[in-house]
Design a protein around this ligand. Structure first.
Ligand SMILES: Cc1cc2nc3c(=O)[nH]c(=O)nc-3n(C[C@H](O)[C@H](O)[C@H](O)COP(=O)(O)OP(=O)(O)OC[C@H]3O[C@@H](n4cnc5c(N)ncnc54)[C@H](O)[C@@H]3O)c2cc1C
Length: 474
């Protein structure tokens, strides 16, 4: 099968999921990718080559695209299928091993993950290190041909069931704290590893506290280069944040809500809007998958998807709460059960994998560093607003009002002085647009006057101003 056959792949996944669901081998739940754990189901996916789908064939993969993987994950998540056992390894540990692992690590772990035989948990967070991941204190010190690992991780999902852990730890001291971080692969059955359960709001045990007490880690179990952990983990986060699991955690509830509306032959505006948002989010996930296929690490786009996606997941709960005529029931089946699951899982949506505040900081920094494309955007805007208005003097008052409303009369005037900010280059892009469309408006002189007013410490005046050279401003 090639990547032209994504429709066929989607159908195959739907068939398998349908078979398992109809055979009562799983019950669709919200937040299944974190909470619904079934190694047998994971092995059924592995048998079809759907774990490690993008990896090279020599490492047990199918050499398919990230877009193909998106099709598989989307269908599994939509169904609320039990995918938690392989999720972390398939999503991010495998790709990290592929990118940074030695040939020996690749040979040892990738085929085993793809077969569903090795499962990973993610040892990043510590009691004092969550958002500020660079402050981790778990330490590995060199010991003969390996390392001795000491410290503790917290919120480690499925540590009690995983065969292995990815652990971010400190191997160097002094200097920049982003230096001296190292990624290790740790066997969870090694002497000195202790796992203690943490029960969540739903009364479920999925995450844990993990203690490493002088645990021996073989020297060849360093992922990439010792001390380069920060760069490597930052890239890994685009795999962690850029998938549809940040959008579809409450999809089974959304589907139940749509079904309820359809059964009542009812329509709900908020539900319609949610479906439109979902389409936009799918588009973004598709773009991120394409960038991963191109060998990029779309850290910023992934942060945007996670921020918007987790907001969407939580909004689905609210929409369902108002549309469905049921009380949430944690022990219930159908919509009542799904609503309870969605509501009780929701507090974690915007925390796990990086909090909303942290993501927005990443997005803002990315935007600040992005090359300025204002000229092109303003050109397009000018064409949109002014197109078709040339040569119609009667339309000018209305057009002026539009232009003023859009803030064009304040372009290049500081926002603190009541303007719209930007530069004279921005103004020039708009004035050029007027020339292109033959529109005659006193935009340049009004802005120049406004700049004079601002420079004189006076606010902007409304309406049209004319600059009379030599005689001041009229
Ligand atoms: C369901 C669930 C599963 C998880 N599974 C795992 C797992 O498997 N492995 C793992 O390693 N971790 C896991 N985590 C932990 C998760 O990654 C952390 O909770 C998260 O990174 C936030 O860290 P923290 O809890 O220490 O909060 P803190 O970092 O202490 O943040 C507390 C508050 O301060 C805000 N804040 C912090 N720094 C800034 C800043 N610079 N600017 C603005 N605001 C800031 C945060 O946004 C937040 O609101 C899981 C968490 C949840 C909820």
């Amino acid at each position: 099968m090639t990547d032209d056959d994504l429709g066929e792949l989607r159908r195959q996944v739907r068939d398998l999921v349908g078979e398992w669901r109809d055979g009562d081998r799983f019950r669709p739940v919200c937040d299944a990718w974190l909470r619904s754990y079934d190694t047998e189901f994971s092995r059924a996916l592995a048998d079809r080559g759907w774990i490690g789908l993008t990896w090279p064939r020599e490492y047990g993969g199918q050499a398919r695209s990230n877009r193909a993987r998106l099709v598989v994950t989307e269908e599994l998540l939509r169904a609320g299928a039990p995918v938690a056992a392989h999720w972390i390894a398939d999503r991010q540990i495998g790709p990290a091993v592929l990118r940074y692992g030695s040939p020996a690590l690749r040979e040892r772990y990738l085929p085993a993950i793809a077969a569903g035989a090795v499962t990973f948990c993610l040892g990043m967070s510590e009691t004092e290190s969550g958002s500020d991941l660079a402050s981790v204190r778990t330490t590995a010190r060199p010991d003969g041909d390996g390392w001795r690992l000491t410290g503790g991780k917290i919120w480690t999902s499925h540590a009690h069931r995983s065969t292995h852990a990815y652990v971010l730890c400190r191997t160097g001291t002094g200097g920049d704290r982003h230096e001296g971080l190292t990624e290790l692969i740790v066997d969870m059955s090694a002497p000195g590893v202790t796992v203690r359960p943490i029960v969540d709001l739903r009364g479920e045990h999925h995450f844990n506290e993990v203690v490493f007490d002088d645990v021996h880690v073989p020297g060849d179990h360093v992922l990439g280069t010792a001390g380069n952990g920060w760069t490597q983990v930052t890239e890994q986060l685009s795999f962690e944040r850029g998938g549809m699991e940040r959008v579809l955690s409450t999809y089974p509830l959304l589907a139940a809500t749509v079904d309820a509306c359809a059964a009542r032959r009812d329509a709900d505006a908020a539900l319609g809007e949610a479906l439109a948002r979902l389409a936009g989010l799918r588009g973004l996930a598709w773009r991120i998958a394409g960038e991963l296929d191109a060998g990029q690490a779309p850290v910023h786009a992934a942060a945007v998807l996670k921020d918007l996606g987790t907001e969407f997941e939580a909004d689905v709960n609210e929409i369902a709460r108002t549309v469905l005529d049921v009380e949430p029931d944690p022990d219930g089946d159908g919509p009542a059960g799904l609503l309870a699951q969605g509501l009780l899982a929701a507090p974690g949506f915007s925390i796990r994998g990086g909090t909303t505040e942290v993501l927005r900081t990443i997005i803002a920094k990315g935007a600040a560093r992005a090359p300025r494309r204002g000229g092109d955007e303003l050109r397009e805007l000018a064409d949109d607003v002014l197109g078709g208005h040339g040569g119609d003097p009667d339309g000018l008052p209305a057009l002026w009002s539009t232009v003023h409303g859009l803030g064009w009369t304040g372009v290049s005037v500081p926002e603190g002085a009541g303007g719209s900010g930007g530069t004279l280059t921005d103004l020039a892009a708009l004035v050029r647009g007027m020339g292109r469309h033959g529109v005659s408006l006193p935009l340049a002189e009004t802005v120049l006057a406004a700049r004079q007013f601002a420079a004189a410490g006076r606010g902007l005046t409304d309406g049209v101003a004319t600059v009379v050279a030599g005689d001041g401003v009229a």
